[in-house]
Design a protein around this ligand. Structure first.
Ligand code: MGD
Ligand code: MGD
Ligand code: SF4
Ligand code: MO
Length: 865
């Protein structure tokens, strides 16, 4: 068993992993102590990667329609369709929609094929939905898309402002680093987020701003700093260009309570070492670029950039969102940080020995799908992303996909919402099989390495692209023998970036041998502060850019503001994380989080169901009434798909409105209203199969482990609700049926036992009664321990203590055990860990434990009052 050093499959923190393959498709995972991104730490998702490397649900052979096909046939068809489309309708009738989950090598060849050989700019990426606004702000302020900070700066900062970032859930290892810095040196932490997230809860100051209130706040902060004399005119003169009238246009109402603003302004004034870490609450907005600029203005004007512990730090989401930006795989960059000027186009054309260069930028994601919808794009190749779920107004996106004459999907999973629209599906290598490089949020390039042999007929994404290019007659430009060969060419091409005044420079790696690539250690390009010696503008100065707060028109038909985002233990459209029974415990259903006053006004109750309605669609969620939500704002998760839920797909709801500079959609602030949904019956099902319920009002499913030994022995837990009769036969497998009914309560209980008497499925439905706790029933899957009476009761005859909601997924510790530990005297998160083990492995649940601790401590005083 040899250890392999690789990089986590998930977020842009880019944690190093030491993986030890054991057996055919099984691996133990540990954090890599030598990796500078994480120094050995991993969060819950990284820790449980091993649960998602099985072959369940994988796409293992190419498919044409529903039929398995050989590679030659599938690739011939892709190439023929592409060639015909270009010949008949021109290069711009062809498009690639790619992803920050591709490796740099995949991205490079896809971009080269589209922009240098097809001759169109039509390659865009899900990074458009992710940090396109930060990219646009960087280019406008710095002249190049360069992140001016490092993780080390987080250790050295005196003040960290988190803007629109639920760091504790979405970048947990960075969160742990911030926590450590706070412990060590008392770093102050401010969270600016309309929601009181677990991140916000832990801050010194939480600013619950109105949706899209960031520009007003940062403008007001800068005006305040200016007034306090914290803007040094001489320093500005040296390195920053200030447009005329900039200071006069700045002063505005900060949009928050005056005392809160004064506290914030005092903190900012007192701490020159300030880092502003921002992510989707800033980027995913129709004014996202202006938010990035407002943040950057504050840093540039007060000299809080290019020095230790200071800077505006846009953090990336996906493992290789940054690598995609670097190679230029976005519709509005050419390649390697280059634009589309005549000389840049000519230089890239020469470098590539291009067959047919594009002439300008292509269509950005939202516009790309509009063009698919109206027939301008007639061939679409989707790689490593699931736009039928993740694009806004997904009903429109699905209509576009359904109309498109050719949809090719390269994916690792057989059944995805987008794959259902594909004419040709190509099986790609997944994490653990693929080999190449990724760049994290701090410009650090690390290797992902293979742990397993390619299963079935799967191929690397870069190779699939090259195989198609060869069939189109461009074989010599795509004759790469290995990812190392692709990397060398890309590294060499960054010489052009330098020629055009950019900082991106990987030329030192252009002659890397295969062997050196094999053992490549993580390295950061640009050094710690790449803009310290001047910006990438003609005069070398940065730019302050005047920005104004947006105006939103209220629509009485949709009085609420809809916000969307992430859960701690799910990744995007759930194609991998939902396979993990451990990760599925954190949030089994998509919740509509709503303030108590709004819930009351609309007649919603906690634990009930509600429909969210917007001008674009409607979805149903489980209601969670919480004061963490501002009045007037609601929040739903982005994750659930049509394969995981009936009506819980949130992207039916947002419209196509996007930022005018970056094209990034405004996922976090849309008009909405809510209404209660009162089904005639509710129920749940545990089953080893995965039936697709039809005709129900609501269903969701999540993975459970069951009690059978080994992985893959578990099944699914479904939550169900509907009107009229329930078609139990459609949901249950055949077998030995036990049944009980209580007509008064409209209660039905059915258990189905398979061969050997082990539980294959159990269904509990009620019209007015209470349902038994899910956990024990789910634990019986695959086991024959429970008696018929117990099974039908849904409870053991001698009940074990209820663990309550699981908080620590690593050690399976529930909230009751934690509250009990607090009652027994544990007064810190550490003490609770010592008593229960909770929070002592990956640490992702530590903010949740802290929250329970605070609630438990607060309880007696509340009662006393
Ligand atoms: N667990 C988990 N981690 C992930 C991912 C995942 O799917 N699951 N995905 C990865 C990816 S690709 C990304 S892009 C990142 C995203 O990471 P984050 O940006 O941290 O995640 P989100 O939940 O999308 O949004 C962050 C916060 O923005 C707030 N917000 C909404 N509107 C506003 C506003 O107007 N102003 C401000 N200041 N805040 C606002 C939301 O309330 C939310 O709490 O996470 C990465 N990490
Ligand atoms: N409402 C709302 N919508 C959002 C967001 C939000 O906050 N709110 N966030 C947006 C953001 S920031 C992002 S990044 C997107 C993410 O949205 P998506 O990119 O659509 O989400 P994923 O589930 O990560 O999709 C990746 C797909 O690629 C497949 N895959 C995984 N690895 C590989 C590989 O190596 N090769 C190939 N070929 N396929 C692979 C997976 O099986 C999956 O089908 O969602 C966006 N959508
Ligand atoms: S923070 Fe978690 S998900 Fe992100 S790279 Fe590290 S281990 Fe993976
Ligand atoms: Mo993202």
């Amino acid at each position: 068993m040899s250890k392999v050093r690789t990089t986590c499959a998930y977020c842009g923190v880019g944690c190093g992993i030491v993986a030890t393959p054991i057996g055919e498709r099984s691996v133990t995972i540990a954090g890599d102590r030598d990796h500078p991104a994480n120094f050995g730490k991993l969060c819950s998702k990284g820790t449980h990667l091993g649960e998602t490397v099985g072959l369940e649900g994988r796409l293992l052979v190419p498919h044409i329609g529903d039929r398995a096909a050989g590679w030659d046939e599938a690739l011939d068809l892709v190439a023929t369709r592409m060639r015909d489309c270009i010949a008949e309708h021109g290069p711009d009738s062809v498009a690639f929609y790619v992803s920050g989950q591709l490796l740099t090598e995949d991205y490079y060849v896809a971009n080269k094929l589209m922009k240098g050989f097809v001759g169109s700019g039509n390659i865009d990426t899900n990074s458009r939905l992710c940090m396109a606004s930060a990219v646009a702000a960087h280019v406008m302020a710095f002249g190049e898309d360069v992140v001016p900070c490092n993780y080390d700066d987080l250790d050295a900062a005196d003040l960290i402002l988190l803007v629109g970032s639920n760091t504790a859930w979405c970048h947990p290892v960075i969160w742990q680093r911030i926590e450590k810095a706070r412990e060590r040196r008392g770093t102050r932490l401010v969270v600016i987020d309309p929601r009181r997230t677990e991140t916000a809860e832990q801050a010194d100051l939480h600013i619950p701003i109105a949706p899209d209130g960031d520009i007003a706040l940062f403008n007001a902060l800068l005006a305040d700093m200016h007034q306090r004399g914290l803007v040094d005119p001489a320093a500005l003169d040296r390195s920053v260009a200030v447009p005329e009238g900039f200071w006069d246009g700045l002063a505005c109402d900060p949009g928050i309570d005056a005392t809160l603003f004064a506290r914030l302004a005092d903190m900012v004034a007192a701490h020159p070492r300030t880092i502003t870490l921002f992510s989707q609450g800033a980027n995913q907005s129709v004014c996202g670029t202006d938010k990035g600029l407002a943040i950057t203005n504050l840093h540039l004007a007060t000299g809080r950039i290019n020095r230790i512990g200071a800077g505006p730090f846009s953090i990336t989401g996906q493992p290789n969102a940054m690598g995609g930006r670097e190679v230029g795989g976005m519709a509005n960059t050419l390649a390697c940080h280059l634009g589309f000027s005549a000389t840049e186009l000519a230089d890239a054309g020469t470098f590539w020995n291009a067959g047919q260069m594009c002439t300008g930028p292509g269509l950005k994601a939202v516009d790309m799908f509009r063009a698919v919808h109206d027939g301008r794009i007639r061939f679409l190749w989707v790689m490593a992303t699931n736009p039928a779920v993740s694009m806004p107004d997904s009903t429109f996106v699905r209509a576009a996909l359904a109309k498109c004459p050719t949809v090719v999907v390269s994916d690792v999973m057989a059944d995805t919402d987008t794959g259902r629209f594909a004419h040709i599906r190509l099986p790609a290598l997944a994490w653990g099989e693929k080999d190449g490089t990724v760049t994290n949020s701090e410009r650090r390039i690390s290797r992902q390495r293979a742990l397993f042999a390619p299963p079935g007929e799967t191929r690397a994404d870069w190779r699939i692209v090259c195989d198609v290019a060869a069939r189109l007659g461009w074989g010599s430009a795509f004759a790469f023998a290995s990812p190392a060969a692709v990397f060398r060419e890309y590294a060499a091409m960054t010489a052009l970036a330098m020629r055009h005044g950019k900082k991106l420079d990987l030329t030192a790696w252009a002659d890397l041998t295969d062997r050196a690539y094999e053992v490549l250690q993580p390295f950061q390009w640009g050094g710690e502060h790449p803009l310290a010696n001047g910006y990438s503008t003609p005069d070398g100065k940065a730019r302050l850019v005047a920005v104004q707060p947006p105006r939103t028109e209220a629509d009485p038909a949709y009085p609420l503001r809809l916000n969307t985002g992430r859960y701690r233990d799910q990744w995007h459209t759930m194609t991998r994380t939902a396979l993990s029974p451990t990760l599925s415990q954190h949030r089994r259903e998509p919740l509509l989080e709503v303030n108590p006053a709004d819930a009351l006004a609309q007649g919603l109750s906690d634990g009930g169901l509600a429909r969210v309605v917007t001008p674009h669609g409607r979805s149903i969620f489980r209601v969670s009434v919480t004061a963490d939500q501002r009045r007037g704002d609601i929040f739903v998760p982005m994750h659930w798909t049509d394969t995981m839920a009936g009506e819980g797909r949130s992207n039916r709801l947002p419209g196509q409105g996007a930022d005018p500079h970056s094209g990034q959609p405004g996922f976090k602030n849309g008009p909405a209203r809510i209404e209660p949904v009162t089904p005639e019956w509710r129920g749940f099902l545990v089953t080893r199969d995965d039936p697709v319920p039809v005709g129900l009002l609501y269903w969701t499913r999540s993975r459970v482990a069951g009690s059978g030994a080994g992985s893959g022995s578990g099944g699914w837990l479904y939550e169900l609700a509907g009107d009229g009769a329930i078609d139990s036969a459609a949901l249950l497998p055949t077998g030995d049926v036990l049944e009980a009914a209580d007509p008064v309560r409209g209660m039905r209980r059915i258990a189905v036992r398979g061969p050997g008497g082990s539980l294959a499925a159990a269904l509990f439905v009620t019209r007015s009664g209470t349902l038994p706790p899910r956990e024990w029933v789910a634990d019986q899957l695959g086991s024959d321990d429970a008696s018929p009476v117990e099974l039908l009761a849904g409870r053991p005859s001698t009940p074990a203590p209820d663990r309550g909601a699981i908080v620590c997924v690593c050690h399976g510790v529930g909230d009751r055990a934690i509250t009990a530990a607090v009652d027994a005297g544990a007064a810190t998160v550490e003490a609770i860990g010592a008593a229960t083990c909770a929070g002592t492995n990956c640490g992702s649940c530590r903010p949740a434990i802290a929250r329970l601790l605070e609630a438990a401590i607060a309880k007696p005083t509340e009662q006393a009052a």
